[in-house]
Ligand binder design. Structure first.
Ligand code: SF4
Length: 394
């Protein structure tokens, strides 16, 4: 199996010496020597896609170019490791086990954008991830690798939406950490009014891999539109739950086999991208794991948390009811469309009124909230309502 982001033989946390022995930080030193324009060119050419929870896979290079083009004195960079959806573990896995790979990517971003201040925003209730991030920063500082960039490790706010990019800016400004209306996005007006890169920690580890291994090695894995590998948390009814690194384009069924999922005829549904992704039927599990293939099926890569449900453990109506209730509990309540929309959808599902549930989910889809939570809930519910056989709803 191809591993670009992690190292399967690594026992415990990969410290600075172990990472450097594998070529770590050589890419950062070369990037600094060659300068911002070269870094931006490399990132754009590699075609790396963002791995944040929105699941849209925005090209990393485009975001970096936009920030670099701003005529400003100051820019900031933030590594987003808040991973607010608890079913996803991949970002905590990276920060706990391979924190230098994230830090190197963050320092390359700082070099590309001329940022002198950087933050590692880490899920606040994960002592392992926080310790990994803090140790990496201390080791890199002692080795002179920060080169004048101030890196602060900041525990995330304890809200279910703390990983949303504008909520992060709020939290870093000392506020509670709630999503704000967009535009402007952080790359336009971010921290202290300056353009700010907020990039998922896996995306930054992919950047470090690009500069450590070179573009040809990255492109040797994955697909034309989704080069490289990706981390997936596989959970639910599987024998070997955990975080798996596989090339983009790997069939979902292959990942499920590695994690010890039940036979297809025992599977009720699989969520490929966390709680807010459209559920897949057992006959749809050969889908290649790329952004485009999942969107074409009406679902999303989302948080890359693959959740398997067995027929023996759940019925479709119960699964949908419980998941919508869980997503609704994550609403921070500041947008009425989100708060009331979740409540009304839950009521319709409790009453078994599927026509009303469809109507409520469609309203929620365009609920005009400040973040993607309501549209994720709607996507989940609508796919279950439209794409699963009527017999499953009995
Ligand atoms: S859409 Fe929902 S979760 Fe998102 S900010 Fe608004 S109320 Fe909070």
């Amino acid at each position: 199996m191809t591993h670009l982001l992690t190292e399967p033989s690594q026992q415990g946390r990969e410290g600075l010496d172990a990472y450097r022995a594998r070529g770590g930080y050589a890419g950062l030193l070369e990037a600094r020597a060659r300068g911002g324009a070269w870094i931006l060119e490399q990132v754009a050419e590699a075609g790396l896609r963002g791995r944040g929870g929105t699941g849209d896979g925005r090209p990393i290079g485009q975001k970096w170019q936009r920030i670099a083009a701003a005529q400003v004195r100051e820019r900031f960079v933030v590594a987003n490791g808040a991973e607010s959806q608890a079913v996803s573990q991949k970002d905590r896995h990276l920060l706990s086990r391979f924190p230098h790979r994230v830090l190197e990517g963050l320092l390359i971003a700082a070099a590309a954008l001329g940022a002198r201040q950087a933050w590692l925003y880490v899920r606040g209730d994960s002592p392992e991830a926080l310790a990994g991030a803090r140790e990496a920063v201390a080791e890199a500082e002692a080795a002179g690798l920060l080169a004048g960039v101030t890196v602060t490790v900041q525990p995330s706010a304890p809200t279910a939406v703390s990983g949303e990019e504008t909520a992060i800016l709020d939290a870093l400004e000392g506020l509670e950490g709630y999503p704000q209306p967009k535009p402007p996005r952080p790359e336009e007006i971010g921290l202290r009014g300056r353009p700010t890169l907020v990039q998922n920690v896996e995306s930054l580890a992919a950047v470090a891999a690009l500069f450590r291994l070179g573009p040809a090695r990255i492109r040797s894995a994955g697909t034309r539109t989704c080069p490289g590998t990706a981390l997936f948390t596989v959970t639910g009814a599987v024998e070997r739950p955990g975080v798996y690194e596989v090339p983009f384009g790997t069939p979902l069924a292959e990942l499920l086999t590695r994690a010890g999922a039940p036979e297809r005829d025992e599977i009720l549904a699989v969520l490929p991208g966390g709680l807010g992704s459209g559920p897949l039927r057992p006959d749809e599990l050969d889908v290649p794991l790329t952004y485009e293939d999942l969107v074409a099926l009406g679902t999303t890569m989302g948080t890359s948390a693959v959740i398997v449900f067995r027929k023996a453990d759940a019925s479709l109506p119960a699964l949908v009811r419980e998941n919508v209730a869980l997503l609704g509990q994550g609403s921070c309540g500041q947008c009425r469309g989100c708060k009331e929309g979740h409540r009304e959808l839950s009521r319709a599902l409790e009453a078994g009124d599927l026509a009303e549930a469809r109507r409520r989910a469609e309203v929620l889809l365009y609920g005009r909230g400040n973040c993607a939570l309501p549209s994720g809930t709607a996507r989940f519910a609508l796919r279950a309502l439209h794409e699963f056989p009527a017999a499953d709803w009995q």
